[in-house]
Every structure is written in C-alpha cells, then in structure tokens.
Write a protein that binds this ligand. Structure first.
Ligand code: AMP
Length: 438
C-alpha cells in the first residue's frame, strides 16, 4: 500500500515524501482514513509504530480543508486542535512532526510545557494558534490565567494516555476536558489498556473505532533481547566493556534513579566514554542539549531515567541497555521500544544482578517469553552474593502537585498487569541473538 490511497491531500503527500516515507505503517493505514471520516479513535499503538503521523496527517488535512467553526475571540484565533502528552520531550517531538508534515499548509501550531518561561507562550497564544501541543500542567496554568481559549477545540488527541495516567495526570485531564466543547473528534493513543484507561475512554470517546497494531506489551519483533547476569558491583565495568568491545556508537542506558543516572554518566566519562545524563532534575535546556548532542553523535552514551526517556524519538537507535531493570514491567517494554523503531533492527541488553531476579521474572511473565541469558566471560556472578531488597526511591501518594517530567512515579503495584497473554506457552526469545550461550 502507498500513501496515495489514504485520501491525503497533495500538500501532505509532498511533506510525507520529503521525509522519505513510502509505505504507511499499519497504524497509519488504519487510522488515517478513519480520522478523515470524522471517527473517534481508540488506538493501541506504542511509540515507534508511526502513530504520530497517524493522527497528525489526517488532523492537519481536516483543519486545512474545513473552515474554523469557532468565532474569533478577542481578535484571536481560537485553538482548533489540542494534543496532550505526558512529557515535555514528547510534546516537543509531536510538535516537530506537526511542523514537518504541515509545512505546506497555512496552519499555526505551538507547543507549551512547564520548566520554561510562560511569557513567550502567552505571546504566541495571543497571536493565534490553530494546533496546540501541551503537557497537562502547563496547559492548566494557561487556562487559569485565561491565556488560552479551548472553547473551540475540534480535535482532542491524548497521546500515550497510559503514561499520562501512570504519571498521575487523570485529574488534570478531567479538568481540561471540562474546558472543551462537547462536540469534537477524540483520538486516544495508548500502549496499554488498563481498566483506568478504558474508563477514561468510555467517558471521552463516542462510538470509537478500535485500532490495535501490535499485540499489547509485546516488543517489536525486530528487537533482539538479551540478559547478562552480573554482580551489581561489576555492572559499570561490564557496560564499558560491552560498549568498547562491540564499538557501540550510540547507546541509551536506563537507570532506576536520577542519582544513579548522574553517577553512571560521570563514571563512564572517567572510563573515557562520552556520556550525558537526562532526567527530571535537569533543566529543560540541559535535557534538550543532552538529547541534541546524543542525536548528533557528539555524546556516545545517554543515561536516562524512565520518565525522562519517555517519548524520545531517536532515529536508528541501535542499542538500549537496561543498567538496572525497572520496577514496573511495562517500563521495560517502553524502554526497549526506543530501539528497533519503524522497521529497523535493534538490540536491548539487560544487566541483571541477583537482587533483580524477581523483576526479571515479572518482565518475562508480561512478555510471555524467557529472555536469552548469557554470561559474559569473566563476569560470572559470585554465587556467594545474596539478594538484597532493591531500594525504591519512590514515595507513595505525595501531596506535591505534579509536573511533567519532574515526578517520580508511584504505585508500581497498581499498574502491574496480570500474567502473560500467551496462554502459558513460554517461547524462547532470541532467534536473532548473535551471542553463543555458555
Ligand atoms: P512514532 O511512533 O510516531 O514515534 O514514530 C516512530 C518513527 O517512525 C519516527 O522516527 C518517524 O519519523 C518514523 N516513521 C513514521 N512513519 C513512517 C513511515 N511511514 N515510514 C517510515 N518511517 C516512519
């Protein structure tokens, strides 16, 4: 199938072609015609499936061809489309896509998120914006200052809705919904579908078309996954060795804590490798710079926490390393989804110490596979080392208001899904794995 058959305008097809895309991804070929028909959508699609273009292209087309229904308020063009995302990085990325695909159209877009001055955002909103991409917290700041008018929104997109709920945004979302007109088209994208998501969808979507492009929580087939058992105290040494020996040029490494990310980045630098850390305690400027340097190849290793990495779109990222396994099995899927994107091959390696056996088991249960385990010669775990409980840096229920990218998630248990979907058939994953088993 080609893009020409989806009903997109010549301007959009031109923008798509200039990106080098020739074949729509499954979520695109399903979502684009339905959205053009005006349907609400509930899509099970994780990052890496091409979902952003899947909702952006038909939304741009509808906005460009249909006259605005809302009146010009205070001489200002009202917002016609609102895209909500959980994190600043994802907001920036979605906005970038809107600019890219809409460059031959006469529509204005803006991204607003916290951590940066609100004043330029206010000025831009005053000048008039057709499409607004926002994180919930900053959007509500604008709403309370009456610097944004959402009464004419024709499209609402909730991107990575599961993560928004995970991050405690449900109340913010409900407050935003109250500011929107009842008649609008709603598009909900989520990698997973918990009861909470379904409840939100029920109240939000009208006769939605369901799209499910990849079995939920199943990592892309293209990602080769491997576990290296190793003592905690030797993880850094092993990581440096793997990067050096295999000549990995661009590696995204996950730690559980911000402190751990900082420390590891420093230690890798001491090992002579270029590394930067990205997490919620860093200023927006520092995060953007670290990501830009990493994308440009100036920094070889980006060490990230789960929240900070959410939504990062780095083309052709070949290697993801779980330096520490995540507390929540779903985060493993999100992490390794950074690689193997849009049809490319990727490799995800997890360094697992004795303390993390239960976390590994939880991940394998979720995936319905046993991951290939391979001891790197010289790094066999010391059998005398006993498992210790893993520190959980998170605190439950904290009272502080949450802002995107800054909060640590809590309630790991609440999002723990029941065991695997595969009826118990435990397949051995890793036919594409290259290493030999000891
Ligand atoms: P997303 O899931 O929206 O984050 O997109 C994942 C990646 O796929 C991005 O780098 C897109 O630029 C890329 N992409 C989106 N659509 C296509 C397509 N039809 N063909 C090839 N790559 C695509």
């Amino acid at each position: 199938m080609s893009f020409d058959t989806l009903g997109l305008s010549a301007e959009l097809l031109r923008a798509v072609a200039s990106q080098g895309y020739t074949v729509p991804t499954p979520v695109q070929s399903q979502a684009i015609p339905l959205i053009l028909q005006g349907r609400d959508i509930m899509a099970g699609a994780q990052t890496g499936t091409g979902k952003t273009a899947g909702f952006t292209l038909p939304m741009l087309q509808t906005l460009a061809t249909r006259p605005a229904s809302g009146a010009v308020s205070n001489g200002r063009r009202p917002v016609r489309a609102l895209v909500l995302t959980p994190t600043r990085e994802l907001a920036a990325q979605v906005h970038e896509s809107i600019v890219t695909y809409g460059r031959h159209l006469n529509l204005k877009s803006l991204v607003v998120f916290g951590g940066v001055s609100i004043n330029p955002q206010i000025a831009a909103l005053r000048r008039g914006v057709d499409i607004l991409v926002a994180t919930p917290g900053r959007l509500l700041d604008h709403a309370s200052q009456r610097t944004v008018d959402l009464s004419s929104v024709e499209f609402l997109v909730l991107d990575e809705a599961d993560r928004m709920l995970d991050m405690g945004f449900i109340r913010d979302i409900r407050r935003v919904l109250k500011l929107l007109p009842a008649k609008r088209q709603n598009l909900l994208f989520s990698a997973t579908f918990s009861g909470e998501i379904r409840e939100l969808a029920d109240g939000l979507l009208s006769n939605p078309a369901s799209i499910d492009v990849a079995p939920r929580n199943t990592p892309a087939e293209l990602i080769a996954q491997k576990v290296h058992p190793v003592d905690k105290s030797r993880k850094r040494e092993l990581l440096s060795l793997l990067i050096g020996k295999n000549d990995w040029r661009q590696v995204l490494v996950f730690t559980r804590t911000k402190h751990g990310a900082n420390r590891l980045a420093e230690q890798l630098e001491q090992d002579g490798l270029t590394a930067a850390a990205i997490h919620g305690n860093k200023s927006q400027g520092a995060r953007t710079r670290a990501l830009a340097d990493f994308k440009a190849g100036k920094v070889r290793i980006l060490v990230a926490t789960d929240i900070a990495a959410r939504g990062l779109d780095i083309d052709q990222l070949p290697h993801v390393v779980n330096y520490e396994l995540p507390h929540v099995p779903e985060d493993y899927v999100h992490r390794i989804g950074r690689t193997g994107r849009a049809g490319r091959n990727g490799e995800a390696v997890s360094l697992v110490c004795v303390d993390e056996k239960d976390l590994l088991r939880g991940i394998e249960r979720l995936l319905g596979v046993t991951l290939v385990s391979e001891i790197v010669p010289g790094f066999a775990p010391d059998p005398r080392v006993r498992a210790e409980p893993i520190e959980n840096g998170r605190r439950g229920g904290g009272g502080k208001p949450k802002r995107p990218g800054e909060q640590s998630r809590h309630g790991a248990q609440a999002h723990h899904r029941p065991a695997g979907r595969s009826g118990g058939a435990r397949r051995r994953q890793g036919s594409r794995n290259t290493g030999t088993r000891p």
